[in-house]
Design a binder for this molecule. Structure first.
Ligand code: COA
Length: 206
C-alpha cells in the first residue's frame, strides 16, 4: 500500500508542470536555472534555501579557510540569502545554488558576485568567482564543473571585464580550482582582517 502511494506520488510529480528535474527535491519552474552541467543544476538561491545555507555556513570544516568563524544563527543565513538576491537584482549575477542531479541534494553554492563592499588587493567593484560546498560533496570535481559554467556565463554576459578569484595561499584545493578553470595567479597579499596570505587570480574577458 505504502509503496503504491509512493509510486503514485512519484508519477504525479513527474507530470507536474510546476516542477522540473523530478529528483528527491524537485525544482519549481518558477526558479530561474542559470546553467546545467553534467552533474549539477545551478539555480537561483531562494528564501527557502535558508536552512541549507545555515547547515553549510555553521560547519567549522567549511569555514577553515574562511576566517574560522562559522555562523551560529539562522538569521545570518537568511541575511546572506537576501544579500545574494539583492545581487541578482542589482548586478544580474549572484551566487547560485548547486543541486546534485543524481540525488536532488542542495550541496552548496557557486558562481559569481560583484564585490562592491570590501577592498581586496587594492581592488573594489570587481567580478568575483567563488564556491562553497558541504564536505560530503568535496573531491567530486563539482567546484571545477560549476565554476566552468560560471566562467562561461561571465564570458557571455560581461565582455570587456575581468574575472577575479582569491583564496588563502594555504588552501590548495581552492587555488587549484581557480587555476584549472583558467585564471592566472597574479600576486599574494596580506589580508589583515584574517591575518592570512591570500592569492589573487585574474582572467580577462576580451
Ligand atoms: C574548495 C572547495 C570548493 C573545493 O571543491 P571540490 O568540489 O572538492 O573541488 P574539485 O574536486 O573541483 O577540485 C579540487 C582540486 O584541488 C585538488 N586538491 C584538493 N586538495 C588539495 C590540496 N590540499 N592541495 C592542492 N590541491 C588540492 C584536487 O586534487 C582537485 O584538483 P585535480 O582535479 O587536479 O586533482 C571545497 O573544498 C569547499 O567547498 N570548501 C569549503 C569552502 C571554501 O573553502 N571555499 C573556497 C574559499 S576560497
Amino acid at each position: 500500500m505504502v509503496v503504491s502511494i509512493m509510486l503514485w506520488l512519484k508519477e504525479k510529480q513527474k507530470n507536474n508542470p510546476f516542477l522540473k528535474f523530478g529528483t528527491k527535491k524537485p525544482i519549481a519552474l518558477s526558479m530561474k536555472i542559470f546553467a546545467e552541467t553534467e552533474h549539477l543544476i545551478l539555480r537561483e538561491i531562494v528564501p527557502t534555501d535558508t536552512g541549507d545555507m545555515y547547515r553549510l555556513d555553521s560547519d567549522p570544516l567549511v569555514h577553515k579557510y574562511l576566517g574560522n568563524n562559522p555562523i551560529k544563527c539562522m538569521g545570518k543565513a537568511r541575511a546572506y540569502v537576501d544579500y545574494i538576491r539583492m545581487q541578482y537584482e542589482k548586478y544580474g549575477i549572484g551566487r547560485w545554488a548547486a543541486i546534485e542531479k543524481s540525488t536532488g541534494d542542495w550541496i552548496g553554492w557557486t558562481g559569481l558576485k560583484m564585490n562592491f563592499e570590501e577592498e581586496m588587493n587594492g581592488r573594489i567593484n570587481y567580478y568575483d568567482i567563488g564556491y562553497r560546498f558541504m564536505p560530503q560533496y568535496w573531491g567530486k570535481g563539482y567546484a571545477t564543473e560549476s565554476s566552468i559554467a560560471a566562467r562561461d556565463y561571465f564570458f557571455t554576459h560581461f565582455p570587456g571585464n575581468t574575472l577575479c578569484g582569491l583564496a588563502d595561499v594555504a588552501h590548495g584545493a581552492s587555488c587549484r580550482v581557480l587555476e584549472k578553470i583558467g585564471l592566472e595567479a597574479k600576486n599574494d597579499f596580506h589580508y589583515f582582517k584574517e591575518n592570512v596570505m591570500v592569492r589573487w587570480f585574474e582572467m580577462e574577458n576580451k
